[in-house]
Design a protein around this ligand. Sequence first.
Ligand code: COA
Ligand code: AMP
Length: 635
Amino acid sequence: MASRYAQVYAGWRADPERFWAEAAGAIDWISPPTRIFAPEEGVYGRWFVDGVCNTCFNAVDRHVASGRADQKALVYDSPITGKKKSFTYGELKDEVVALAAVLRAQGVEKGDRVIIYMPMVPEAVFAMLACARLGAVHSVVFGGFAARELATRIDDSRPRVIVSASCGVEPGRVVAYKPLLDGAIEAAAHKPEACVILQRPEQTCELTPGRDVDLAEAVAAAKAAGAGVECVPVAATDPLYVLYTSGTTGQPKGVVRDNGGHMVALKWTMENEFGVRPGEVFWAASDVGWVVGHSYIVYAPLLHGCTTIVFEGKPVGTPDAGTFWRVIAEHGAVALFTAPTAFRAIKGQDPKGEFIGRYDLSRFRTLFLAGERADPETIKWAEARLGVPVIDHWWQTETGYPISHNPVGLGQLPVKYGSPAVPMPGYDVRVLDDAGHEVPAGTLGNVVIKLPLPPGCLPTLWNADERFRSAYLSEFPGYYKTADAGYIDEDNYLFIMARTDDIINVAGHRLSTGAMEEVVAEHPDVAECAVVGMQDGMKGQIPLGFVVLNAGVAREPAEIEKEVIALVRDKIGPVAAFKSVVTVKRLPKTRSGKILRGTMQKMADRETWSMPATIDDPAILDEIGSALHGKGIGG
Ligand code: COA
Ligand code: AMP
């Protein structure tokens, strides 16, 4: 069957407001919007300005009311703890209402912020939905971030309450959350009024008297008391959540997501882009701490009446490289969404895909990959072994759902390896040169999106309109800067090649090398430093630090390197995967003093590089070369 993509995209282009008004019809509004787009509102306009709604109602209550009460809403599958549990939509509603009652008892009201610092357990999802029910704004912080990252987010979002757990479980170790939580609260200037803590049997923690509430006890008490919490009406433009993402400094950016546009857009993507129907099982193997988790573990599948899977484990080692296939088979998933790095990990351990044949994957239709560039080799491996379409799509925390995709729901387009296919309705994607002129097809440049951004994309950064303008809108007036470099070919297929800023992508996780440099520079023996992203066969990229020691430091460089590594792990978290540091005499710089990070990265990656014309002292590159050589890195 021919794809309807071209026709649907043309329909959006011809009349975007009509397109989104129609899509909005799939949402239950308390008061439907009469104005679809208001260009005069917000930084670049706002969607559905006079609509009134509640996201929790659309994700939970309306399915209970419309005959899905006994359908599974959420399956928790945790090979790392050996636990499995499922919740129907009816049960999900009970859990969410009870937790909303607990939060309300702690003073949480519409507009208040709640930080959720949790491992991949169902309670994390309940907490998100409970906030949505109350009209409160959640901010989920990934469990792999350390206390300081949490503290920065506490100070920026100023939560009334934090929901957390006693621990997370990683292969071979239990991660105690309580010391991280306490450390963060101590370091932060803002203090939450209460913490609601899930005690996990793998490692419980002492609750802080007067501040901490036991989540399970409080939820049980709320249920016993029959506490009911109705969905609080919010404006479509009210924030649903703030999700912090790496910026170019240690201060992360608080990406704001509103209620109305987010629901409309996500609901539309499920059927049209992902080709999934209500009642089917959709699995995004990510973490609720990332945008993929927000959109495709929690909100989109639930808004669509699907069953979602909360998976607490890894693609390999929990217990083996067959875990993904076991989960798909056991729960009947029709689609899996993950990052290419997960497949590289599986392929590394099971190159022939022998585990795949041991499971019944007859219901599995599509594999979706995003979060980082999908290398053609990985896609071909997955296609050949799984026998289903493997679909690469491209988006960012800021947009919340795919910018470009191969929309299997509208009819799959031909796959071009290395390309996340074509722009989705809502997105007018262009490639500009540095002066802001559009470049011909096939020419590499800055990938931008013509304003306005579609519903669901960030309207601004939390309490930071000016930072939003300067980070995204000012360089190319009239466009949103994605900070990705790439090109569009003659068939309108997009190719994303690299970031134009200092963000690196480590195992599908977005990290700022600038933030790492800030931490490395804190070491008392470090005079100067640079962090670059170096290629890695499994994780895509990993950080590599260069340090110049203070004059007169007599200690062994190896010892200092170890301390620098520990410092980054302690301040940013293990997720930074910062494990390589090279001590050098000097850093290569331009005559104006700019560190030549790009050249050092090319040397580490054994790519051909040319002597930058502006270099101050070419001899330094020889020193860098031999220092890398000494560590067995680069050529
Ligand atoms: N809490 C605490 N620590 C965490 C954590 C969490 N939620 N998540 C990761 N970490 C730790 C890991 O234990 C690891 O610590 P270590 O240095 O002691 O080994 C470190 O952070 C790096 O984690 P990760 O990048 O996940 O690497 P890994 O070696 O543990 O696993 C993969 C590699 C490829 C299996 C894993 O990255 C993966 O499953 N990736 C899928 C990608 C993904 O989900 N992307 C999200 C966007 S779609
Ligand atoms: P995040 O905000 O964490 O989702 O990271 C977004 C960034 O990841 C993008 O700006 C890209 O640099 C990269 N990215 C995400 N998906 C893809 C993809 N399919 N292909 C190439 N890069 C991608």
